[in-house]
Design a protein around this ligand. Structure first.
Ligand SMILES: Cc1cc2nc3c(=O)[nH]c(=O)nc-3n(C[C@H](O)[C@H](O)[C@H](O)COP(=O)(O)OP(=O)(O)OC[C@H]3O[C@@H](n4cnc5c(N)ncnc54)[C@H](O)[C@@H]3O)c2cc1C
Length: 463
């Protein structure tokens, strides 16, 4: 199906994939680009990309993503991003299962990596990023007191890549949103898309919103991330676009602690899935785990979609601060997840791991069995097109993922890449090797943490 610069393009979802796609379409001279989002105010508070920070790394066992990530890292340094990207370097470590392909791919692409062959090297790398204590608090020698602040990393190895770091995620999305509007894109908030509009021949011609409005287009791009399968049950994308919730927590450092830890690198533990950030300007340290996470199964009739055509079945559906706003309910995470998070954090930064949690959030992304994104036309109706992530690592590509989407839309993507992301690709037997655990657990609401938990000092809707 041919798409030209005068084609009417309707993008549903003003998140990472939707905005990047709009940006690249407008950059290629498209004149009729409309982006719809259900959020009353953008960026959507519960979008996966709306966050304090996200890791920007190039360590991938798959060369395709490693190259794309290196390209994105260069783009992040452009003035357009107004300094959102902080290149603090990334420590990649693991135990027995450490995958040397990450390091090899980084090296092949010219990254100046530093090997960390054993626990001693890892410890010393982290120690060297900590600032010495101020005289007022000094009870041991500087090196002794810092020594206690770093884990032992027994049987671990890894490497350090000084190229990589983190991005101020919500600010970056805001920047792109404004840029898209400046370039002539129409961005319309408060438009929750609930179904597809078809003509008499059953061909898709647009989308309909909860308030009854309809938007017609020559191409309709669904970029609604973890809401894909539950919003459109009739498309049966439950497994390729499985909504999984990931438990995130933050701690608040004192001014002095912030000074001590502000030189830290991103720490990525591919064995346990734990990753940690250096403190933000406000002294917030975020941590999470890259694991299979949790599902939240709901009957398809409860979650929307074209119910007249859909037999009822259970579909994992994001449970967020938007769907469950009362007292921050949608931000709560399982107590067991917090417990594991603390235990793993203790193995890296024992001192910080004793702090109370200053906030939690269940953040939802779309998981696919092979870890690849879903980018391409819907089989049987090329008007409908998908652009959504397939595991929790899509944010770093905010500057360049739209290029890939538009190439696919225009039919110029090389066949191998198009096949990798095709909606109808065969994923039977695939394993998503990017994450530390394989099978998501169903969310147990009774197990969610709450304000009564002593170790949590307050709930914030943090972005
Ligand atoms: C805890 C966590 C940590 C992560 N860490 C990293 C990281 O460190 N580095 C990294 O690169 N990536 C990371 N990711 C992954 C990254 O955030 C996602 O891959 C990426 O943001 C997905 O983009 P998206 O556009 O598919 O979805 P989203 O960013 O979630 O955007 C979807 C948009 O669609 C809108 N929408 C939903 N339903 C409708 C509807 N019916 N009608 C209209 N609009 C709708 C939403 O409001 C939202 O704005 C992380 C994800 C999570 C959850």
């Amino acid at each position: 199906m041919s798409t030209t610069s005068t084609s009417r393009i309707v993008i549903v979802g003003a998140g990472t994939f939707g905005l990047s796609t709009a940006f690249h379409l407008l950059g290629r001279g498209y004149t009729d680009v409309t982006v719809l989002d259900r959020a009353r105010e953008l960026p959507a508070v519960d979008a996966a990309g709306t966050d304090i920070n996200k890791v920007i790394r190039s360590c991938y066992s798959d060369m395709f993503y490693a190259k794309l990530a290196r390209e994105a890292m260069e783009a992040w340094k452009q003035p357009m991003w107004e300094g959102c990207y902080h290149e603090c370097g990334v420590i990649n470590v693991g135990g027995d299962q450490f995958d040397d392909r990450w390091k090899e791919n980084d090296m092949k692409l010219g990254a100046p990596v530093e090997r960390l062959p054993d626990a001693k090297a890892i410890k010393s790398k982290i120690l060297s990023s900590l600032r010495p204590d101020t005289a007022a608090t000094l009870t041991h020698s500087d090196s002794d007191s810092n020594e206690r602040r770093v884990g032992s990393f027994t049987s671990y190895r890894g490497y350090f890549n000084p190229e990589g770091g983190w991005a101020e995620a919500a600010r970056a999305v805001e920047i792109l949103l404004l840029r898209v509007m400046e370039m002539g894109g129409r961005v319309i908030e408060n438009q929750e898309v609930v179904g597809l509009v078809k003509d008499r021949d059953e061909r898709i011609i647009g989308v309909k919103c909860r308030d009854g409005k309809r938007f017609e287009g020559d191409r309709v791009i669904l970029a609604i991330g973890s809401w894909t399968a539950s919003t459109f049950p009739e498309l049966k994308l439950d497994s390729k676009c499985l909504a999984t919730g990931q438990s995130v927590a933050i701690i608040q450092l004192s001014t002095e602690e912030k000074e001590r830890y502000k030189g830290c690198h991103i720490y990525l533990d591919f064995q346990t899935g734990l990753y940690t950030f250096p403190p933000t300007e406000d002294g917030i340290v975020k941590l999470s785990m890259h694991t299979a996470g949790h599902t939240h199964m709901m009957s398809s009739w409860q979650v929307g979609g074209d119910i007249n055509h859909t037999p009822v079945r259970k579909i994992s559906t994001p449970r967020t601060i938007t769907s469950h706003p009362s007292l921050g309910d949608g931000l709560r995470v399982p107590r067991s997840a917090l417990c594991i998070l603390r235990e793993r954090f203790r193995q890296v930064y024992p001192e910080l791991a004793e702090r109370p949690w200053a906030g939690t959030r269940m953040c939802w992304y779309t998981d696919s069995p092979d870890g690849n994104w879903v980018i391409g036309s819907f089989p049987g109706d090329p008007v409908l097109f998908f652009a959504t992530s397939g595991s929790g690592h899509g944010f770093k590509f905010l500057p360049n993922i739209g290029r890939l989407v538009v190439d696919s839309l225009e039919g110029t993507l090389d066949p191998a890449t198009a096949a990798r992301f095709a909606v109808d690709r065969d994923v039977s037997g695939a394993t998503n090797g990017e994450r530390a655990s394989k099978v998501p657990q169903e969310l147990d609401i009774a197990e969610l943490c709450g304000p009564e938990d002593e170790e949590i000092v307050w709930f914030v809707v943090y972005i």
